[in-house]
Write a protein that binds this ligand. Sequence first.
Ligand SMILES: [Zn+2]
Ligand SMILES: [Zn+2]
Length: 205
Amino acid sequence: MIDAKDWLEFAEKFQGHKCPALAMGLRVGAAALNKLNVERAKDDELLLHVDVGENHWAMEYVDGLQVITGCTTGKGNLIITHKGKWSVVLTDLEKNKAVRVTPKPEIILSFRKTDFFKNYRRKGIRASLAPDEVVEPVINLVMNSPEERLLIISDVYDYNHTQPPRSFNSFVCEECDEVVIEEYGRIKDGKMICIDCANNHRAED
Ligand SMILES: [Zn+2]
Ligand SMILES: [Zn+2]
């Protein structure tokens, strides 16, 4: 069993500030790991789909999820689906089992009523500038609420995900001399080039 509280300090250090969305990522990730009965990913044995999108105010939720599940951008086992939602699906790729976890709407909507959200985030004030007495009560609410009040956790279900294998083949772009993974190559006038050169992003004229 993984405990979200054990990762809060590290997550705040990693992200650079304290915020409720980060804490929520820890709680959701912990619930998913525990429901699937798996350890934090050392390699890419787990895969995480997160339904937020780049313009989502709570994109930083993903940092909490990465910290606790070990599914990271770098390892390639984190997929952002850009649906603008808070739901996640964690898949155990060895057993082909998955679980879906979503924070309850009441808790997300209650964020909006907090001083932290209304007077800081909504006004575009950086989270690190919010005083502790504003941000900590919201974080404590997320960290200390019982799972059943906070989250909707599905049953474990069968899920077969086929990941394309990582490519190790590369070439040197004939225009800019940078190394490019083969699948990303473009052919132009018989030359093997990179996407930037194909789009003339490097052209002087
Ligand atoms: Zn944050
Ligand atoms: Zn190039």
